[in-house]
Ligand binder design. Structure first.
Ligand SMILES: *Cc1c(COP(=O)(O)O)cnc(C)c1O
Length: 459
């Protein structure tokens, strides 16, 4: 989303900097005439080089590395519109396989008909899941001849912004429970205290974006079981496993957070995070087809048959689906486990090294997912926002941010360790972190000395 620019006269490339470029282009207006393809390409290509380097972006959970074969599949399918199942039945089949594979990975009971869909990302998945739960709640209230005008949803302040977005866009009261100051996740008892008969669902996060910590889904589930047996309220849980969904099943298979738990009815995961696919792919899974109201499913014609769809948008590229399926069959469980174990090791190594800096204190050291957060231990002449800006000069992108209210630690820095971040890069990063802190505290090399030395190089 951008706003109006006040200077329609502004031209870019007013200087004729390359051999194919003969005319400046207006920056904010549709140009009257076109230009040579080569010139247009060069101009855009050069300009975009100034973006950050994705591999050095330690802020993001989103995949920046794919194997050449996965990249080929991505490009080979980029010009297929995924919604056209009639024309492209094979790519649809791959989606079906992946939904089956993931539902079973998350222990969907074989006795029930699970269902699911690919999406543009976890945000779309979460909106669709919660919309289904809102619809189910409404039907239940109407059947009981009760007021169905005041739905609410209960989740912790550790959730991603999309949960608030859902509440606002779909007119549901958001009951946001503050974080526990010690665990930096939500206290399950406090969460359940907010539940009543108008609650459409309870949210739980597997891997908060703030510290990577896990909500205690098992405890939330047993409290909801208790509520059901005491008060007859049957409230579903939606688990947001955007980041952990492609890690936890492989390295902590015994941890119960998924469809094994009675109230967990829907799960989302981002294919473009640790699913290891370029951005634009999420997954939504329902434990039981019956939890997805028929009213919300629309049909597109498919080989003379009707193909059900449940999405917010319509057209989208099929580019992502094939690389996701490629990763699954290429890596298998052992491959995903191996990558997860390696990035967890690198994250822990990074946390250990960061804790050796006297100025810094590690807040979370990759307990379940490869996220390391740290803060300043001592008061100092610079802030973590300054440090974030200083380390950017080496190319590293590491955000500084404040935690939601109540989690008392003020400002943190976060590093997400992904597949491309090797031990070698970790060492370079640590060296640059040290240099940045030295510069900021005035202990770095003095610039004046360098220039005066140069000045003495006389004849
Ligand atoms: C990344 C993330 C989201 C949003 O997912 P997108 O795939 O970027 O839409 C939601 N919840 C959590 C916990 C996340 O980490």
């Amino acid at each position: 989303m951008v706003s109006r620019k006040m200077n329609p006269e502004r031209k870019i490339y007013g200087t004729y900097s390359n051999r194919d470029f003969n005319n400046p282009v207006p920056e904010f207006e549709f140009p009257e005439e076109g230009m040579a393809s080569r010139a247009a390409y060069e101009m855009i290509h050069e300009e975009l080089k100034l973006d950050g380097i994705p591999e050095l972006n330690l802020a993001t959970f989103v995949t920046t590395y794919m194997e050449p074969e996965a990249k080929n599949l991505y490009m080979e399918n980029a010009h297929k519109n995924f919604i056209d199942s009639f024309e492209y039945p094979q790519i649809k089949k791959e989606e079906t396989r992946i939904v089956n594979i993931l539902s079973r990975l998350y222990n969907a009971p074989e006795g029930k008909d699970f269902t699911g869909t690919s999406t543009i990302g976890s945000s779309e998945s979460i909106m669709l899941a919660l919309l289904a739960h809102k619809w189910n709640w409404k039907s239940k209230m109407e059947a009981l001849k009760k007021d169905a005008s005041k739905p609410n949803i209960v989740f912790g302040a550790d959730t991603h912004v999309v949960w608030d977005k859902f509440a606002k866009y779909f007119d549901v009261e958001a009951r946001v429970v503050p974080l526990d100051a010690k665990t930096r996740v939500v206290d399950p008892d406090k969460l359940i205290e907010n539940v009543d008969e108008n609650t459409i669902a309870v949210g739980a996060v597997l891997g908060t974006t703030f510290t990577g910590a896990f909500d205690d889904v098992k405890r939330i589930n047993s409290l909801l079981e208790e509520l059901k047996s005491k008060k007859g309220l049957d409230i579903p849980i939606h688990v947001d496993a955007a980041s952990a969904g492609f890690i936890t099943p492989f390295i902590e298979p015994e941890l119960e957070w998924d469809f094994r738990l009675s109230h967990v009815k829907s799960i989302n995961v981002s294919g473009h995070k640790f699913g290891l696919v370029y951005p634009g792919l999420g997954w939504l899974l329902f434990k039981d087809k019956a939890d997805l109201p028929d009213d919300l499913v629309f049909y597109v014609n498919y080989l003379g048959d009707d193909m059900p769809t449940y999405t917010l948008n319509f057209s989208k590229s099929a580019a992502n689906i094939a690389p996701q399926y490629y990763n699954i069959i290429r890596l298998g469980k052992s491959g995903y486990r191996n990558i997860a174990e390696n990035i967890m090791k690198n994250a822990k190594y990074l946390a250990d090294k960061i804790s050796e800096f006297p100025e810094l204190e590690v807040v979370s050291r990759a307990e379940h997912i490869p996220v390391v957060t740290f803060r300043q231990k001592t008061s100092s002449s610079y802030t973590l926002f300054d440090l974030s800006a200083a380390i950017r000069s080496y190319g590293w992108i590491v955000p500084a941010y404040s935690l939601p209210d109540n989690a008392n630690d003020t400002v943190l820095m976060r590093v997400v360790v992904r597949e491309g971040f090797s031990r070698d890069l970790a060492d370079i990063f640590l060296e640059n972190l040290k240099q940045s802190m030295e510069k900021l505290s005035g202990k770095g090399i003095e610039k004046s000395k360098i220039s005066s030395r140069r000045g003495h190089a006389v004849s």
